[in-house]
Design a binder for this molecule. Structure first.
Ligand SMILES: [Zn+2]
Length: 424
């Protein structure tokens, strides 16, 4: 059914002018609202009670709002306001996003209209749409929503204004402000929405960690070693790590006082590290509990570099594999587990031989698995300090190791062990 047909049907059922209905539907469709929902909204616009059965809209606290609600009235404090431009059907739309809170909890929102929302103010929302966003309810404010300022202070337990530290950022966060130092930056040309465009990409740091960033409107303030306050950024996932996106609406202010940056290789407990959702250059310590399949002397596809089995690449079919060395070691510190991934040079160190040695070893025993077995014997059950970049996805947490050091070389650990042994 075309949009025109939908408009026809809806207009005749409401007994109103089709042109107007069609314009409203087109507008909603441009914002990416699904047709069924768009029709509901237009119905409500015309005060048609059919869609709600004439029921009053319930007034709810944030905690009470669920994805089963279609619309609610609620009174909330604005925690953050982010401005973002989205592209739909070749048109640019500016939307506002962030979080609201009341005494019972917080909820994210998207506003399709500019209500002039400001952090810290308390507003009464009438007829706010409830949508599901990543499994949680989210409020959507549109042209059928009323926003009324209220002179009332809600007793909320969240910080107002959107200030965050790098370690607490998660993909999906919006309207966030950070105070950071630029650690790395490079200019890149990419194929953007409107042809080739220039962007900045690099790494930001604060006292809690390091994350990659992209500046879509290259700003000269973002140069290496400069400390800045960036307001209104949004967070996306980039190769398993939360990435800070500086948009055309973000503001960058240079800070006089340098921002303290966590030492490279900041120590984390594995559980806490996973909680950050991914972080550059951290360090964890744990016991190697297992060496996973696909370790030791492996073969990679010469086309895409993926690890292959029996000469078959998933994308390229039968290929002449190239030998490589790798270890995937499961590390556990009691708070969580990560898979530490060791490249050829780190693998050479734990194996005690290079690629040629591994090939000779495999030939001698007529079994390529002997390399992984030998690595297993030497590292499983031992404690290691691992430094690297942590990525987290649905399949688990991986630590791309840059350092992999046996921990019992450490005099202090040895002493603790000895004491533990003496203690009954
Ligand atoms: Zn391949």
């Amino acid at each position: 059914m075309s949009l025109d047909d939908h408009a026809e049907e809806l207009a005749s059922s409401l007994g109103v002018d089709k042109t107007e209905v069609k314009a409203k539907l087109e507008n909603l469709e441009q914002y990416g609202v699904p047709m069924d929902e768009a029709k509901e909204t237009v119905r409500r616009n015309y005060g048609d009670s059919e869609s709600t059965g004439g029921a009053e809209i319930a007034t709810k606290s944030v905690e009470e709002i669920s994805t089963a609600d279609s619309r609610v009235d609620t009174t909330v404090t604005v925690l953050s306001v982010g401005k973002r431009s989205i592209q739909y059907n070749g048109d640019q739309h500016v939307i506002f996003e962030g979080e609201f809170a009341d005494e019972s909890g917080k909820i994210s929102y998207t506003s399709w209209e500019d209500f002039g929302l400001e952090s810290g103010e308390t507003v009464h929302l009438g007829n706010a749409d409830v949508r599901e966003w990543e499994g949680h309810p989210e409020l959507n404010l549109g042209d059928s929503t009323s926003v009324e300022r209220v002179e009332k202070e809600l007793d909320i337990e969240y910080d107002v204004g959107g200030d965050e530290h790098l370690a607490t950022l998660e993909p999906g966060d919006r309207g966030v402000n950070v105070e950071v130092r630029v650690l790395e930056v490079e200019q890149k040309r990419i194929d953007g929405r409107n042809g080739e465009t220039e962007i900045l990409s690099g790494v930001l740091g604060d006292e809690t960690g390091r994350l990659p960033f992209t500046d879509w409107e290259p700003r000269t303030e973002l140069s290496v070693d400069t400390s800045v306050r960036i307001e209104d950024v949004f967070i996306r996932e980039f190769r398993g790590v939360p990435s800070v996106n500086v948009s055309e609406f973000s503001t960058v202010e240079t800070l006089e006082t340098p921002v303290e940056v966590a030492d490279s290789g900041t120590q984390y407990q594995i559980g806490d590290a996973i909680e950050t959702g991914g972080m550059f250059d951290i360090e964890v310590t744990g016991n190697v509990v297992a060496v996973r399949d696909g370790s030791g002397l492996i073969e990679r596809c010469p086309e895409c570099g993926r690890v292959i089995q029996s000469g078959q690449c998933r994308s390229h079919g039968e290929v002449e594999g190239e030998d490589d060395l790798r270890v995937k070691a499961i590390l556990d510190d009691g708070t969580g587990t990560v898979t530490a991934i060791l490249d050829e040079s780190l693998t050479t160190a734990v194996y005690g031989g290079d690629l040629d040695d591994a090939r000779a070893h495999a030939r001698e025993e007529m079994d390529r698995e002997v390399v992984a077995d030998s690595i297993r014997d030497s590292i499983v059950g031992r404690e290691y300090r691992v430094r690297g970049t942590l990525t987290v996805d649905d399949y688990g947490a991986n630590l791309e190791a840059t350092e992999f050091t046996k921990r019992n070389d450490d005099a202090e650990t040895r002493a603790t062990r000895l004491l533990a042994e003496v203690d009954p």
